[in-house]
Design a protein around this ligand. Structure first.
Ligand code: G3P
Length: 478
């Protein structure tokens, strides 16, 4: 059936036995763009077994050979940047240029991961016993890093390629095998990416990609006894997964409500351009988007004017035309955003632009004079709507930031580095950016959230380490 994209298991493209499929709706046209296989639990079981078997010999494959294959996959991925980007445009309405950037960034990530892996996995530790009280120098301990087994990778819709390879590459270099479950929106981009790994010539069964309905195979995958590690990026589902998963390492990147604290001495032009980039790129559909501006009252009018002027210049339209603001991923997402906007309206927020929506396309909207009783002060719209809360002290800003159940990133704008450092220390977030909008990259930087924003730390080095376990051998002298 040429209409339905096949899933990938045991090194082959397969149809699911039931003949069922899942439709992928183009957010712009709101019509079915692609279809993927609706895999069953039996098919998941099969893939798990295959992944388990393939991992054994992969773990014995020399590290330099694993790296060589990853470099090859990275090059192929970059060669295929245009067709993959086209899928991103159709499936998740990511602007055309950003879609190409996502693929290129992914290739770079895979290469960097191969290089980092050969270095950090190429060395272990040597310890001697007589440093601990009561011991003679009679025990030598040698440590190395061994793989965990089968890694379950679940990327989100907003970076289906990049946040898939940020899990796949570290898992592979560390000697693990993979079962990938792509998001529905983004599944075809993921399958294309997997095809690049297929072309690179990885052993059969090492990388597997199952598509299907979360309701049917979601819990089944995350609770599967064959899974030895879960790396998940997404929303609240991650909290549920972490409660249900077994005794295995978890890497979770969930939501965020990244605050942008603006002090009186800040360079307001710099702030305004970072608010635009941070709040509105990919229409606000990034975990690390600026999701609330906390600005000192004395500079608030001036800042709002500058941001307003820049919002007016944002282009709004289809992703094919590389518009700045494109339709949000689904109708339910657009409805949710609209709910937040209505709530803010009822409670008296100042609309810097009129609210406008056509289908899934929502025009960029800056809401001034937002107060803590409004939902938008706390909830993440994942859309092009940005609240501004005016504060009278830095403490008030820090308090708002820390009262959130999220703690992904935050940023502070000031020319006073001492103040910036104190504020960074006080903000309960995984990262604080000084004088720039929050962002995950460069991809080798540590990336982590606290509270409901996640478990563990990502970034290339941390992910490789997280997907391994320490193994010790102790030589006992007579
Ligand atoms: O939303 C996913 C999160 O990882 C953001 O990444 O690169 O947009 O900061 P980035």
């Amino acid at each position: 059936d040429g209409d339905v994209y096949k899933y990938y298991g045991d090194g082959e493209w397969k149809k699911c036995a039931s003949g069922k499929s899942v439709a992928i709706i183009n957010p712009t046209t709101r019509k079915t763009q692609y279809k993927v296989q609706a895999c069953s639990q039996e098919e998941v079981n099969k893939v798990m077994e295959i992944a388990k078997a393939a991992q054994k010999s992969w773990a014995k494959t020399p590290l330099w050979k694993r790296a060589e294959l990853l470099h090859k996959a990275a090059a192929i991925l970059k060669e295929h940047k245009f067709p993959i980007a086209e899928c991103l445009v159709k499936e998740i309405a990511k602007p055309a240029k950003d879609s190409v950037t996502e693929v290129v960034r992914s290739g770079d990530l895979v290469s960097y991961c191969a290089e980092e892996g050969v270095r950090i996995l190429g060395e272990g530790k040597f310890l001697v016993s007589d440093s601990f009280p009561g011991n003679e120098r009679t025990k030598y301990c040698l440590t190395s890093k061994i793989p965990l087994g089968v890694v379950l990778a679940i990327p989100p819709f907003n970076y289906p390629v990049n946040l898939a390879v940020s899990k796949i590459a570290p898992a592979l270099i560390a000697g693990n095998s993979l079962v990938l479950k792509p998001p529905t929106q983004g599944a075809v981009s993921c399958l294309h990416m997997v095809h690049c790994f297929h072309l690179a010539g990885f052993p059969k069964g090492l990388i597997n990609c199952v598509t299907g309905k979360g309701s049917e195979i979601g819990d089944f995958l995350t609770m599967h006894p064959g899974v030895n590690c879960i790396s998940f990026t997404g929303g609240d589902t991650g909290i549920a997964i972490s409660k249900k998963a077994g005794m295995i390492p978890l890497q979770m990147e969930l939501g965020g409500k990244d605050a942008c604290i603006v002090l009186e001495d800040a360079d307001l032009d710099l702030v305004a351009s970072n608010i635009i980039k941070g709040g509105f790129s990919y229409s606000g559909q990034r975990c690390t988007a600026v999701k609330v501006v906390l600005v000192m009252e004395s500079v608030a009018d001036a800042l709002v004017e500058k941001v307003k002027a820049k919002v007016a210049k944002l282009t709004v339209g289809p992703p094919e035309e590389d518009s700045d603001i494109t339709p949000v991923v689904s109708e339910s997402s657009a409805n949710f955003i609209e709910g937040l906007v209505k709530d803010a309206k009822e409670k008296g927020a100042t609309f810097c632009q009129p609210y406008k929506r056509e289908g899934n396309l929502i025009w960029p909207l800056l809401l001034d004079h937002v107060r803590p009783d409004m939902r938008i002060a706390w909830e993440e719209p994942f859309g092009p709507v940005l609240p501004v809360i005016r504060i009278n002290s830095v403490e008030e800003g820090i308090h708002h930031c820390n009262a959130s159940n999220f703690g992904l990133q935050g940023c502070v704008f000031t020319r006073d580095i001492n103040k910036a450092m104190l504020i960074s220390d006080a903000m309960e977030t995984g990262t604080v950016q000084i004088n720039s909008a929050p962002a995950r990259g460069p991809d080798h930087f540590p990336f982590q959230g606290i509270k409901d924003s996640g478990i563990g730390s990502q970034g290339i080095t941390n992910s490789i380490n997280m997907m391994t376990k320490i193994k010790s051998t102790v030589i006992n002298l007579p």
